[in-house]
Design a protein around this ligand. Sequence first.
Ligand code: OSB
Ligand code: MG
Length: 358
Amino acid sequence: MPLVGVFETSMGCTSERRILLLTVRSDEGEGYGECTAGEDPFYSHETTDTAWHILSDFILPAVLGKTLQQPSEVNRLLRPIRGHEMAKAVLETALWDLQARARQIPLSRLLGGVRDEIPCGVSIGIQGSVDSLLEKVRTEVSAGYQRVKIKIKPGWEIEPLAAIRTEFPDLPLMADANAAFTLEDIPLFRKLDRFNLMMIEQPLAHDDLVDHAVLQNEIDTPLCLDEPIHGAEDARKAVELGSCRVINVKLGRVGGHEEAIRIDRYCAGNGVPIWCGGMLESGVGRAHNIAMSTLPGFVLPGDVSASRRYFAEDTIRPPVTVTPRGTIVVPQAPGFGYDLDWERIRRATFRQAEFNRR
Ligand code: OSB
Ligand code: MG
């Protein structure tokens, strides 16, 4: 699916998405999941194609024909498979959707959500010039979004942040580096303290907790971790080490809703605010993100925004829209609450497989 514009980060550019969707069928009905892995192993080692491989050769054979009372029971069957959280999350989230649809209740309620409206922010990619960045920020602020995150990389940090701060002194603002810096950049991060950012996301290595704790000690701005948090145990270790004061939770990266609920519980109990990250998902993944964002600890605006910021035609109907207050109203229809646009999905499909119990 083509994106409406190029999305540039310190990891590179994305202009097209190749997305794996899963339909699960049981005696009780259907549920749907979306794999959040990227096309290339740049954000994570997982890709659309490694997820296809792990799902078809390991995950689906382990669960086909099994009886599950609860979606979370699938995690026991998947435990022997190390890593590959995004591949596991496709199935796990689809099973939650299936159960919510079967019980005729919203997925948000089945998960234990407490909000009927979620606060929304935007993630703005690296731009060709400060002027075009400012233009993008103006558009999103006028649309009502409650906070702006910009992507940064070495050479694209102080100037864009200073320009935004001059025009928008009070805007809730943050920056995401996707692991593009090292501890040698401590002087730079000290300078960023003056911009009064809500947080700086993932400045250092994708798998690091230790150096982030060193950096957090040297600056006032809270750090937020994204890439290294694959579950509640990672969240606990990061918080205990002082590696961050905020956590970005992504459903795919943590392996699904059950693990997101565990992180929510740990962070709420330890005073650590969390928010829902995004992976340029189409509507199916976006709808799961909305449901997760209703959990009690998700108090900060997430990277869950309107479908039209990414896709001219989404995989769900209606597309996700954002209110002038910068919120998404949580759908109350069964499951994740949107219909799949099968005609749109069929047009984008170039590979399809069906797996049945033996
Ligand atoms: O680091 O949060 C990230 C997109 C792809 C990979 C990593 C990230 C992102 C985003 C986009 O920031 C968030 C969105 O989907 O709007
Ligand atoms: Mg990030």
